[in-house]
Design a protein around this ligand. Structure first.
Ligand SMILES: [Zn+2]
Ligand SMILES: [Zn+2]
Length: 268
């Protein structure tokens, strides 16, 4: 795979043609045997890490990588498990340890759950993609920390719930319907600073359970600011209802119909 750049904006594009042959469990063809299920371990490249024997969490290289280092974190043995039903503390520990283990300009860590969120397999998993450039979103957002911290302020507005380590809020200007942010109470640039995995696990579980009331598909995205001294990391979460449309792609501007007050009510 190679990095190409859009002619006019210069924005990076990962060119990974081998990904076009990925099996798609959500397509029209009959569902293929799931490579993430127990008994199918030989279907994935050799394991990078695991928890438990028999395993409960398994980390493997992506068979169809988007970058030179692309991992899949398989989060449950059961094919139909949902994140909110599991011991999520050890999954969060795996996120944190895998994130810390990769040396790259940026490490993208995210979950695509359900067909509308971009998943091609049903079996619960997250992904980690190492990049040798800082992505445009991070470049744009890092500038916000040059004068103060907007996230420390945002953690006091539209609060849905909180625990000792995190506040879950409905951002005032959401890009996606029912969007939530998990903001660490301790201002730190990266998720390696996380001291209590259980607190993040509880917040992710609460959010996953609420999002699944409105859609079976959701994304969450860990937004880290490596080498940004004043950065404040957070998790961006939203259920998915359909594709991002022409207006959004054409302008980079999102149209929103759900008020933060409504998000607070439905996602509580
Ligand atoms: Zn499976
Ligand atoms: Zn802050």
């Amino acid at each position: 795979m190679t990095v190409r750049h859009q002619l006019l904006s210069g924005e990076p594009i990962l060119f990974a043609p081998d990904r076009s042959v990925r099996p798609n469990a959500f397509g029209n063809a009959p569902e293929p045997a799931c490579p993430f299920c127990p008994g199918q371990e030989h279907e994935t490249p050799p394991e990078l890490a695991r928890i438990g024997d028999p395993w409960r969490v398994r980390v493997v290289p992506n068979k169809y990588p988007a970058s030179a280092h692309h991992e899949v974190i398989i989060e449950a043995r059961e094919h139909d498990a949902q994140f909110e039903e599991l011991d999520a503390t050890e999954i969060v520990r795996t996120y944190r340890e895998r994130y810390a283990s990769v040396d790259a300009k940026y490490v993208a860590l995210f979950k695509n759950h359900g067909a509308l969120a971009g998943a091609t397999l049903r079996h619960l998993h997250s992904q980690l993609v190492a990049l040798d450039f800082v992505p445009p979103r991070i470049e744009r957002e890092r500038r916000a920390f040059e004068r103060g911290c907007p996230l420390c302020d945002a953690a006091r507005i539209n609060v849905i719930d909180e625990n000792e380590t995190f506040v879950r809020v409905a951002p005032e200007a959401a890009t996606m319907a029912y969007q939530q942010w998990l903001i660490p109470k301790r201002h730190a640039a990266e998720m390696t600073s996380l001291a209590r995995d259980a607190d993040l696990a509880a917040m992710l579980q609460a959010s996953a359970a609420r999002m699944r009331r409105v859609s079976e598909s959701y994304n969450w995205i860990f937004v880290n600011f490596p080498r940004v001294e004043r950065g404040h990391w957070y998790v961006d979460l939203f259920p998915r209802f359909g594709a991002v449309a022409g207006f959004e792609l054409g302008t980079g501007t999102f149209i929103q119909t759900i008020d933060p007050a409504r998000t607070m009510e439905v996602m509580r």
